[in-house]
Design a protein. Structure first.
Length: 325
């Protein structure tokens, strides 16, 4: 079993809050001298802050890798729930459940792994951040990680998308911070909030609807190839659905466009020309009975580049079967 779901972190940031209080003695009013308010020229502009520093983010990524290895080594779903969230946790738990549902003799060995060479992108004023990293021992595989703040000071890995190519240059300000883009940002040919629908349309109709801007791109063409079945006796159709954990995150790029990470979901229907469809793994875990049609349910995340003056591009996607009808 590959590290399909591995992604998140136990560490958090500690914010020190200084509370200044003034006290007076006895019951008498005490006069205090106060400095006149600063003029506009004398006021120091507020420095933007991220929810975490780069050094802390690197510690979070390392801690996540270690905890994820421990969770899979011990087959511990509760530990996964402590380090992951949202769509990623949903598919990780499904992955682990399916793994445990196989006879021990059929379970593939689980090997340790880690994220290496991370490049961190922390937007100002947000409770999430991203990082591009390689996954070792598959050192050639780039991943786009998204972390979101959990309870207290914890950080949860909520998305991991394998990338077909490196990210476009992310805009970084003079403070070393990235800039979050709004979901309705109009800079490119596609709004960030519409990226999931465009991706889903590629699967559902082959790009006859909102997926049109993605058809001609490398990622779009790859999806069109993947949606067709090689079995002449089986017909495959797809229906885009609303993910249980619906979310969109977007960062501004140097060209004025955006890089978008969004959660997605779909159902796949396999219909046999004659007879019944025999479920294979992992759908047989949920229902091994041959039937026609066979419907399975999937959830995951995508990464899409939306340049300011070029066609949008699917940078990568990853989803996992979470149930079958």
């Amino acid at each position: 079993m590959g590290p399909l779901a591995r992604t998140r972190a136990l560490l958090g940031t500690t914010a020190a809050l200084a509370l200044l209080t003034a006290c007076s003695s006895g019951g008498e009013d005490t006069a205090t001298d106060s400095a006149p308010p600063a003029t506009a020229e004398e006021q120091t502009p507020e420095v933007p802050q991220g929810a975490i520093t780069e050094a802390q983010a690197l510690e979070v990524i390392t801690a996540y890798s270690q905890a994820n290895n421990q969770a899979y080594r011990d087959l511990d779903a509760s530990l996964l729930e402590e380090i992951e969230g949202g769509s990623l946790l949903q598919r990780s738990l499904a992955d682990l459940e399916q793994y445990l549902g196989r006879p021990e003799a059929d379970r593939e060995p689980i090997e340790d792994w880690e994220y290496i060479n991370p490049k961190v992108f922390i937007p100002a004023g947000e409770t999430w951040w991203m990082a591009q990293a390689s996954e070792a021992p598959d050192a050639g595989g780039l991943r786009l990680l998204t972390f979101a703040q959990g309870e207290g000071e914890s950080w949860l890995l909520v998305s991991v998308v394998p990338l077909m190519e490196e990210l476009p240059a992310i805009a970084i300000d003079e403070h070393g911070l990235a800039q979050a883009a709004p979901a309705d940002d109009p800079a490119g040919a596609l709004l960030p909030q519409d990226a999931a629908a465009a991706y889903g349309d590629l699967w559902e109709t082959g790009g006859e609807g909102p997926g049109v801007p993605l058809i001609t791109t490398r990622g779009g063409q790859e999806i069109l190839e993947r949606r067709s079945t090689e079995d002449p006796l089986l017909d495959a159709s797809y229906t885009a659905t609303t993910p249980e954990h619906e979310h969109t995150w977007a960062l501004r790029t140097e060209d004025g466009g955006t890089v978008v990470v969004a959660t997605v979901a779909h159902s796949e229907t396999l219909t046999a020309a004659t007879g019944e469809v025999v479920p294979g793994e992992p759908s047989a875990h949920y229902n091994p009975t041959p039937r026609n049609p066979l419907i399975t349910h999937h959830t995951g995340e995508i990464a899409v580049s939306i340049p300011a003056a070029a066609d949008p591009q699917v940078l990568g996607d990853r989803w996992h079967l979470i149930g079958a009808g």
